[in-house]
Every structure is written in structure tokens, then in C-alpha cells.
Design a protein around this ligand. Structure first.
Ligand code: PXG
Length: 441
């Protein structure tokens, strides 16, 4: 491990870290130097359990040889080619494979480099779709409180995190928000709650009544809101959003950056909940976290409408990234999808889910715990806030890390998203450690 330790000798302050308490981090760094399977190692050589699959990115475990080999081969064969007006073989294969996996109607795929980029792309497609059909006044978006759709301007604007508004101001004009779906009636329920689904979805109808359906381009939701604390949609909620969107010609976008690729026990949350959106964003687990990549899947006729009005031989959609369909990312994704299929990974995840959710639910008996919830291999435990919101949660994160467990904390909510390859006794070790830490905060 000495070579690993020496890698951390650089000063820490040059790197301005994302979503991190930088000054606190410099006092007490949490540096991860190596990973394999369900484990990380820090620079001292201590082993840590990964309870959050990277950052929901790595459900098949770290360091998969299939992906490493595919990436190495691709860098040798073709490291990069221009993304605009040129193509690489891998992207067409990948789009084809994704189209086989996705709900049938979503069979056109636009590639991006991150979840945030995928969200911007989806919103821009929605606006252009309406414009080319003579409905250019449809400029508004509907999002939801406690939503996370990445960090770019449109994404945070449709998102529902208060801190963005505190830090960055107004954001995109013409955005309305529905209420979030975490209601006290559904406390301590694993899976979908029975209560309030239709009423909460009717927020969309109320926004339509206020602004007029003909001003609204799209409604974007995470089927399960992930990073703000695993907010599972109550029964009937997504179905009712779908009905309202259909009735009013509004495009429904599912942001499946966290939910996609087996996290719910199904390929996509759209499959798990039996509701098909018009556009679907994905990222993270598309390459098992190995190389940055994201995509938007789009209904064929949405693409066709945009193609139909463009002059022949002109660019139909004035949008793209230098790293859209990067060949190395495509190779990583192709190897990842093959690995998911060959090892029946989504079924593995689905089989583990009941044991996982049982353990999340069992945290209810701890005095600090005020709610537990989950779906598939996504689970959350809410702690009663201490003196100030977030302090207790951060203490749990820090102490778990010191004792060998990496999980995710938002405010005073602890989030687990175990890998599909996690074994029952690994789960037991994670929850035993969490229990012992909770006794100290
Ligand atoms: N949409 C959703 C639903 C996400 O969860 C993004 C978009 C943005 O993706 P990029 O690749 O641009 O980060 C995300 C990202 C957390 C956490 O701690 C979650 C995300 C990112 C960072 C931290 O839960 N999700």
C-alpha cells in the first residue's frame, strides 16, 4: 500500500471539490485510493464497504475486468473521433442495444457526457418538438420540489433543491413545481405508499389550470427521487401524471439517472412502475461508473417531427457535446450491458431487494430514526435532526467512513444503494456498523 499512500502527498487546496465541505475535508480528508468488488481502500490501506455503489454508478462492483479490457482495447483502436458530422461504429451498436432494452416506443438515443447534460438535452428536445409542430408558445417546464436533475441552469431550475436558489438566484424563467411525494401518511412503508398518489399528481393539473396547457412543454420527474432521500412515488402517482400529460399534449420526461439499469429490479423504473415516458434520461450505471457517459432515449415520432421540418442536408437538432458518444465511453457501455446480461445482474439485484428492504425497515427500532423507506435496491433512513439540521447526518457519514462503510447522507437522511453483487452477510455487516454508529450520535 505504500505506493498508494504516496499518491496522496500533494497539497489538497488546489482542487476545488464538488459538493464537498472543502475546508472541513482539508482538515480531515477522506481519500479513496483503490477499489475492487464491493470494497474501497483508503490511502492507509484500510478496507471500506461500498454501500452506495460508487454514487449509484457501479452496481456490478468495482474494477470489472470485462470493462477494463474493453476500455483498453478501445483506446488502442480509436481513442477519439469528432462527434459532429462523423460517427464511430460503437455508438450505433450501443444505441441499438439500448433501444432493445428500453420500453419499445423509446428507440432513438442521443448521447451526452453526464446526467446534467442529458437533462439539458431532454428539455431542449421537448421545446423544439413543440416549436416544429407550431406550438412554440409551449416554453414552460414543470418540475417538483426535492427533485435533483443535475447542476446546469435548466436542470437545477426544474429541480427542487432550495440551496440552488439561495446560491444562484432565479434560474430559468417559466418553471413551476409540484409538491414532492414524501407525505406523513406513507411513513415507514417499503415500496409504494397507498396514500395521496392522485392528489399529488393533480398538482400538475393545478399548474395547467393556472398557466394553460398550451404554455407547457414538458413535465420532468425522477420516478423515485434519489439523491434527496429516496422518495418513492405513491401508488397511482406516475400513472396519473401520464394521464394528465396525455390529455394536454405535455411531454413526460423520466430522469432515470439513478433509477435506470436495474436499480429498481427492472431495466428501468418505467418498467418497474409500468408507466412509459416520452423521453428518458440515463447515466451513471450505463458504464458501471467506469467512464463518464449519459444518454436520452426519445420516442421515435418526437425525433421524426423534428426531422420532418428540417431542410434536407441540414442539421436537425442544433445541439451536441464534444464527448457525445465518445468511443471509449461507448466501448465501456457495450461491455457493461453485456456483463449485465451475461450475469443476469438485474435479476440478482431484484433477488437481493427484499432482504435489503427488510434491513432498512428494521432500523425503525433505533430511537433516532423517524422514517424508513425504499424500493428495489434504494433505501433511506431519516434521522431526527440534532441541534441544527444536517449535523447528525454528517456525523454518521464521517463515523461510518472511519469504521469502514461508505454511504450517502443528505441532510439527516442516510441513503443506501448496495451493489447487485452484495451478499446477505455483507448487508448484515453494513447494517450492524450503522447501528453501532447511530448509538453514538
Ligand atoms: N439527474 C438525476 C436524477 C441525478 O441523480 C443527475 C441528474 C446529474 O448527473 P451528473 O452526472 O451530471 O452528476 C443526477 C446526479 C447524491 C448525488 O449524492 C447524486 C447525483 C450526483 C451527485 C451526488 O445522491 N446524481
Amino acid at each position: 500500500m505504500s505506493d498508494v499512500a504516496s499518491r496522496s502527498n500533494a497539497p489538497l487546496f488546489h482542487h476545488w471539490m464538488p459538493f464537498t465541505a472543502n475546508r472541513q475535508f482539508q482538515e480531515s480528508p477522506r481519500i479513496i485510493a483503490r477499489a475492487e468488488g464491493i470494497y474501497y481502500w483508503n490511502t492507509k490501506g484500510d478496507r471500506l464497504l461500498d454501500g452506495i455503489s460508487g454514487l449509484y454508478t457501479t452496481p456490478a462492483g468495482h474494477g470489472r475486468k470485462e470493462i477494463r479490457d474493453a476500455v483498453a482495447r478501445q483506446v488502442e483502436e480509436l481513442d477519439y473521433a469528432p462527434a459532429f458530422q462523423f460517427g464511430v461504429p460503437e455508438s450505433f451498436r450501443l444505441a441499438h442495444e439500448l433501444a432493445q432494452m428500453l420500453p419499445e416506443s423509446l428507440n432513438r438515443v442521443f448521447f451526452a457526457g453526464s446526467g446534467s447534460e442529458a437533462v439539458e438535452t431532454a428539455l431542449k428536445i421537448a421545446v423544439q418538438y413543440h416549436r416544429v409542430r407550431g406550438q412554440g408558445q409551449r416554453q414552460r417546464f414543470v418540475g417538483r420540489a426535492r427533485a435533483y436533475h443535475g447542476v446546469n441552469f435548466a436542470g437545477w431550475s426544474v429541480g427542487g433543491m432550495v440551496k440552488n436558489r439561495e446560491a444562484f438566484g432565479l434560474g430559468l424563467p417559466g418553471v413551476s413545481h409540484m409538491r414532492h411525494t414524501l407525505v406523513p401518511e406513507n411513513k415507514f412503508i417499503m415500496g409504494q405508499g397507498e396514500h395521496c398518489g392522485i392528489d399529488l399528481a393533480n398538482d400538475l393539473q393545478r399548474i395547467i389550470d393556472l398557466h394553460g396547457a398550451d404554455t407547457i412543454a414538458a413535465c420532468i420527474v425522477e420516478p423515485i427521487a434519489g439523491s434527496t432521500g429516496v422518495l418513492v412515488p405513491p401508488k397511482g402517482y406516475l400513472e396519473h401524471l401520464r394521464t394528465i400529460c396525455d390529455r394536454h399534449g405535455i411531454l413526460l420526461i423520466f430522469d432515470e439517472v439513478i433509477c435506470g439499469f436495474g436499480r429498481t429490479g427492472h431495466p428501468f423504473a418505467a418498467n418497474a412502475f409500468g408507466v412509459t415516458p416520452d423521453l428518458l434520461t440515463m447515466a451513471k450505471a450505463i458504464t458501471n461508473g467506469s467512464v463518464p457517459m449519459a444518454a436520452v432515449a426519445v420516442r421515435e415520432d418526437v425525433q421524426q417531427a423534428i426531422f420532418d421540418v428540417a431542410e434536407p442536408d441540414t442539421i436537425e437538432f442544433f445541439h451536441g457535446y464534444t464527448y457525445s458518444a465518445h468511443p471509449v465511453a461507448c466501448a465501456a457501455a457495450l461491455a457493461t450491458l453485456k456483463m449485465y446480461r451475461d450475469h443476469d445482474m438485474f435479476a440478482l439485484g431484484a433477488a437481493l431487494a427484499p432482504s435489503f428492504l427488510e434491513r432498512i425497515a428494521s432500523m425503525r427500532d433505533m430511537p433516532a430514526v423517524i422514517d424508513t423507506r425504499g424500493f428495489g435496491l434504494l433505501g433511506a433512513v431519516d434521522l431526527a435532526p440534532g441541534e441544527k439540521p444536517g449535523i447528525r447526518g454528517f456525523m454518521v457519514l464521517q463515523r461510518c467512513f472511519e469504521q469502514g462503510l461508505v454511504l450517502r447522507v443528505t441532510g439527516d437522511t442516510i441513503i443506501f444503494a448496495p451493489m447487485f453483487i452484495t451478499q446477505i452477510d455483507d448487508l448484515d455487516r453494513m447494517f450492524k456498523l450503522l447501528r453501532s454508529v447511530l448509538k453514538t450520535v
